[in-house]
Design a protein around this ligand. Structure first.
Ligand code: SAM
Length: 302
């Protein structure tokens, strides 16, 4: 079994590969860089997040807040960032919502919100939170962010905080679906691992400060079981890839945000730490809009 740091970046939100108890079966996984198609990736994530849902909430729930909107491990909150604009009276869709913490906050701002996720396990945790939360429940739906079960032009705002985007082999498809369900003038914002991070081992200490991998190597990070089936995958895109994926879907980038690590913030999250956070970016937030008119999409690949 390879330690994650010897074969590539390790999973952002995952446990280290090794022996895991999933549905009462001991699963042994190894980590490597290899191609992984969209079907294999989605299958792996549905199972992985179902199995991980309660542990994820136990580990990160207090930091995220049951009804708060956190863009990533740096702790940037939408209440300070205001990237979605005014929310009151808006129709809002969250994809890769996990347990719908962000949607609960968005609802409290006066929006009509639907929280969606691939994993029924994550949505079950959302229901458990709702049962103990004073606000009324958030509507949830299980779906793949690549295939949204909503009519064209249904939403004013679509967003995700570290959902879907780093976990799919075909982010262009997500962007195209988001553009379809957005009304003209509507906004899409997502956070994801900063592309720069893929050049470094995903370690929170000094070991995570030396470039070990090519930034330009788009080979996914994959954990696989003893039969060779992926149990987890993350997909890299460079900064220009990310912008191109958004623009070719018909959206217009209006802001790129690289949250800085705040003084006094000591909480580590996987490879995210005060040491690294003060030196290199950890999170990228892309804010885009569906133009009111037809967008002239630029060509080229460079
Ligand atoms: C790191 S969690 C983030 C959850 C939540 N946004 C938060 O801030 O806690 C990633 C989420 O993306 C979801 N996800 C992964 N692939 C997906 C896909 N293809 N469609 C929809 N959700 C997906 C997972 O099920 C998981 O809930």
């Amino acid at each position: 079994m390879l330690p994650a740091s010897s074969c590539g970046v390790s999973p952002l939100f995952g446990r280290r590969p090794g022996a895991d108890l999933i549905h009462n079966v001991v699963m042994v996984s190894i980590a490597l860089r290899r191609t992984a198609g969209s079907a294999e990736t989605v299958r792996a994530h549905r199972q992985w997040w179902d199995a991980e849902a309660e542990d994820y909430y136990a580990e990160h729930g207090a930091f995220l807040g049951d009804a708060d909107f956190c863009w990533g491990p740096e702790g940037l909150r939408e209440s300070e960032a205001g990237l979605l604009g005014s929310l009151a009276g808006k129709d809002v869709l969250e994809i890769g919502a996990g347990s719908a913490q962000c949607s609960r906050w968005v609802q409290a701002q006066g929006a009509r919100v639907v929280a969606t996720d691939l994993s029924l396990g994550m949505l079950r945790v959302a229901r458990t939170i709702d049962a103990h939360h004073p606000a009324r429940g958030v509507p949830v739906a299980q779906c793949d962010g690549r295939v949204l079960p909503f009519a064209d032009e249904s939403f004013d705002i679509v967003f995700t905080a570290y959902g879907v985007v780093p976990f799919v082999a075909d982010p262009e498809r997500v962007m195209t679906e988001v553009c379809r369900v957005l009304r003209p003038g509507g906004r899409f914002a997502f956070s994801t691992t900063h592309p720069f991070r893929w050049a470094f081992p995903d370690e929170p200490d000094e070991a995570g400060l030396t470039v070990r991998f090519s930034y330009f190597d788009r080979t996914p990070y994959v954990e696989q079981d003893s039969s060779g089936h992926a149990t987890y995958a993350e997909h890299h895109a460079t900064m220009s890839d990310r912008v191109r994926q958004v623009v070719t879907a018909g959206l217009r980038v209006v802001n790129l945000v690289e949250p800085e690590w705040p003084d006094g913030h000591e909480r580590e999250w996987g490879g995210w730490s005060p040491l690294r956070g003060q030196l290199i970016p950890g999170t990228l937030i892309v804010v885009a809009e569906r133009p009111l008119g037809q967008l002239d999409v630029g060509g080229g690949t460079g």
